[in-house]
Design a protein around this ligand. Structure first.
Ligand code: ZN
Length: 151
């Protein structure tokens, strides 16, 4: 027996027909007005060719007061990229321009906003040490976490 057409359309609209394996390649993390991320660690399977990361700012403060972004680098590059990003300023989303050390980065967002970035895992290795952080001035001290590419 075929399902009635409206039910079928509703199922398709809900995204239920998307392959289940793709879900583990989509990550999300929240940031708030207390300069905190909701997670200290994020992980995705190395089988993901691309990873989609959504950052939500669940606070109320504006981007020029308590703006946040999400930046991914190797662990050894994090501090230098954060420092140079802070110096670049808000108009540049606190990111150094065309910096090959940045694997992925979102723009800076304020309270109530969300942003998504998609990045390729082609140059990444499961054994490497990766760190994500917010590059707004001083935020890396607390807004930092470990990114794991699982074998
Ligand atoms: Zn921040």
């Amino acid at each position: 027996m075929k399902p009635p057409l409206p039910a079928l359309l509703a199922l398709l609209a809900s995204g239920a027909a998307a392959p289940a394996f793709a879900d583990s390649c989509k990550l999300s993390i929240d940031a708030n007005d207390l300069m905190q991320y909701s997670q200290r660690q994020l992980e995705a399977p190395a089988s993901c060719t691309d990873i989609e990361l959504t950052l939500r700012h669940v606070g109320k403060l504006a981007a020029n007061v308590m703006g946040h972004n999400w930046v991914l680098t190797r662990g050894r590059d994090a501090t230098a990229v954060a420092n140079q990003g802070a110096a670049a300023g808000l108009p540049h989303d606190f990111l150094p321009a065309k910096d090959g050390r940045i694997i992925a980065a979102t723009k800076i967002i304020g309270g109530g906003e969300a942003t998504t970035t998609t990045f390729s895992t082609s140059g990444m290795k499961p054994e490497e040490d990766y760190v994500y952080f917010c590059s707004a001035p001083g935020h890396i001290a607390v807004m930092k976490g470990k990114f794991i590419l699982k074998r």
